[in-house]
Ligand binder design. Structure first.
Ligand code: SAH
Length: 587
């Protein structure tokens, strides 16, 4: 379903491959704009042919700026209608590929004439400052000067190009300063993985089947791993198929891109994608064997000099016995972090964080505090958990203060209990700091009162994924209950099927809440019966959860109008930040 499809139309935003095209520029008004236009044409790999210079001096200026480019041509004569069908490539019968009209206002009728002809010939056309005679327009575009390939284009669709420019600047300013390195590094890793792993899979497949078409099919199948709705599909750690095994790094890279702090993506290496090895697993519980993680684990803060000074300082002030705390970091927003958690973060010697711990909270960690983020990727949870426990134990035996930073609340599906038992058995009983669980914060940010008189008198928090990936037993349907399913969206079709088989009401309201309390929060409302279809359509933005119950519609007037087959869901984007500046204040 397309929201608002009848109320208004929006242009389709696309990035065109214009290599080798011939693009015609009619007129040179005004020269500055025209030069920018030519620059972007040349940058796209197309040829720029300019006819009908507007002012006398324009020819000289344009030749001095672009004269050295072989893909630039200036024709110093008035425009002719036949230019549209004579200046293009032989390949397309000399019809030009795209037209930009840069004529002064007093020649605007010429623009109209060119437009009408272009429409007949199906040539895309843009007439400067005349949207009604244009079939496309160019947004306010930023091109990464460091040639990473990053481009950001903003359009307000005729509501002010100055505003579009301003929005573009704001977006660029909010990107991490190493954005070029991030894009280049991720691109490089992706290429390496595709070449090494995926090519190998195709080759193996071809060798065993001798069927090239089949092998190529495997290749197309593999590319779908990058589609967001496939990111989170269930992978069994101890029962991976051969294909899952081979695609491990592809999937892990997708996970890193989704979950890791953006700025760290510049340093991720292939080593990080290998995760803890089987051998490491075998060494479990041997203290002191790993010491400080190696530099290849680029997820750490990497100023080693600063680190070692801080380490020495802390060692001398700490008692010889290490201490550990299990700390909940809340669902995302710094405003949902407890003061106890903040104190622990500020006084840690080493922080062992879950991969879901939000960036805004990680930003509060002092620069010289050693930080390690769990490498929990699909099919690797057990090993990554073991790796974290070992690191914790090693540090404790060195007399350090270990903070095990967990997303949400440590005891709500956070393995907090298991870790408590593990460290206690080793002689280090953790202090535990509760956190605001995503289960209950998500209801609030989605305007769902988990309990409400006459609507819901009980709340159930449960998981959609049991141990080793098995589907847990379906809870019974209680009309007056709000049920929150964590870890459920990657296999929501099976879950909903199971619920419906257990007599759940197909019409009960449901909300999919993703990245609750983060700036890119998304709340999708629908009915239980539509949930699988809706998730398939909107793709995933992890982490996310599912809330089911009549409370979902209790505060939302528009939800009273029930969804139906032609209007299956509604989406609300973004989180009303209450903590703007709070992160900086707490640093
Ligand atoms: N201890 C955590 C839950 C860990 S299990 C807590 O108390 O919140 C991980 C699951 O939590 C994810 O699969 C997702 O279902 C849910 N989750 C965590 N953070 C979330 C967020 N910000 N928005 C929506 N769901 C979230």
């Amino acid at each position: 379903m397309i929201q608002d499809e009848v109320s208004y139309s929006l242009p389709l935003m696309v990035a065109c491959n214009c290599k080798d095209e011939v693009q015609l520029v009619v007129g040179t008004n005004s020269l500055g704009t025209c030069k920018n236009r030519i620059r972007s044409i040349l940058r796209s790999g197309a040829h720029a042919v300019v006819v009908s210079p507007t002012q006398e001096g324009d020819v000289k200026q344009l030749l001095s700026t672009f004269g050295q480019y072989s893909r630039f041509q200036l024709i110093d004569r008035p425009w002719q209608l036949s230019d549209l069908t004579s200046l293009g490539r032989p390949l397309v019968a000399r019809v030009v590929d795209r037209v930009f009209v840069q004529l002064p206002l007093d020649q605007c009728l010429v623009g109209k004439e060119i437009y009408e002809q272009c429409i007949k010939l199906r040539i895309p056309i843009n007439v400067f400052q005349r949207p009604e005679w244009s079939t496309f327009h160019v947004g306010s575009t930023y091109v990464d000067p460091q040639s990473s390939g990053l481009q950001i284009s903003v359009s307000t669709n005729g509501q002010g190009c100055i505003l579009a420019n301003r929005i573009k600047r704001e977006i660029i300013a909010s990107l991490p300063s190493n954005i070029s390195q991030i894009v280049s590094n991720v691109g490089r890793l992706r290429d390496q993985i595709i070449n090494e792993d995926q090519q190998k899979l195709i080759k193996d497949h071809y060798n065993s089947t001798k069927d090239l078409a089949l092998a190529e099919n495997v290749w197309y199948g593999l590319n779908s791993e990058y589609e967001s709705q496939n990111l989170n599909h269930l992978v069994k750690e101890f029962d991976m198929t051969e294909r899952d095994q081979k695609l491990k790094r592809t999937r892990w890279l997708s996970q890193l891109i989704e979950y890791y702090p953006m700025s760290k993506l510049a340093d991720v290496s292939l080593n990080d994608l290998d995760g803890p090895s089987e051998e490491q697993q075998g060494q479990k519980q041997q203290s002191g064997t790993q010491g400080k993680p190696s530099n290849s684990e680029s997820i750490e803060n990497d100023d080693s000099t600063q680190n070692s000074v801080a380490l020495e300082e802390r060692k001398s002030r700490s008692s010889s016995r290490g201490r550990i705390s299990l700390v909940g970091s809340g669902p995302g927003s710094v405003s949902m972090l407890t003061l106890g958690a903040l104190q622990e973060i500020k006084t840690a010697d080493i922080i062992l964080a879950d991969k879901l711990v939000p960036q805004s909270v990680l930003d509060l960690i002092p620069e010289d505090t050693e930080t390690f983020i769990a490498r929990k990727f699909p099919g690797n949870a057990e090993r990554a958990q073991q790796e974290l426990l070992e690191k914790g134990l090693t540090s404790l035996r060195e007399g350090r203060k270990v903070v095990r930073l967990k997303q949400g609340d440590p005891y709500i599906f956070g393995r907090g209990g298991e870790e408590y038992i593990f460290f206690t058995e080793q002689g280090y009983e953790p202090s535990v700091f509760p956190g605001l669980s995503s289960a209950l914060a998500s209801t609030v940010v989605a305007r769902v009162p988990a309990t409400q008189r006459d609507v819901a008198d009980q709340v159930l928090v449960c998981t959609g994924t049991g141990r080793k990936g098995a589907l847990p037993e379906a809870p019974e349907y209680v009309k007056s209950r709000t049920t929150v399913f964590l870890m459920a969206l990657h296999r929501v079709d099976v879950l909903v099927q199971e619920l419906l088989a257990h007599s759940w009401d197909t019409e009960v309201p449901a909300a999919i809440v993703e990245r609750a309390s983060c700036h890119d929060q998304r709340v999708t409302r629908t009915l239980l019966k539509y949930v699988p279809e809706v998730v398939e359509e909107i793709g995933s933005r992890p982490p996310g959860l599912l809330i089911v119950g009549h409370s979902v519609a209790a505060l939302i007037q528009s939800s009273l109008k029930t969804f139906d087959d032609s209007n299956k869901y509604s989406i609300e984007e973004g989180f009303q930040e209450t903590d703007i500046g709070l992160g900086a204040l707490l640093k």
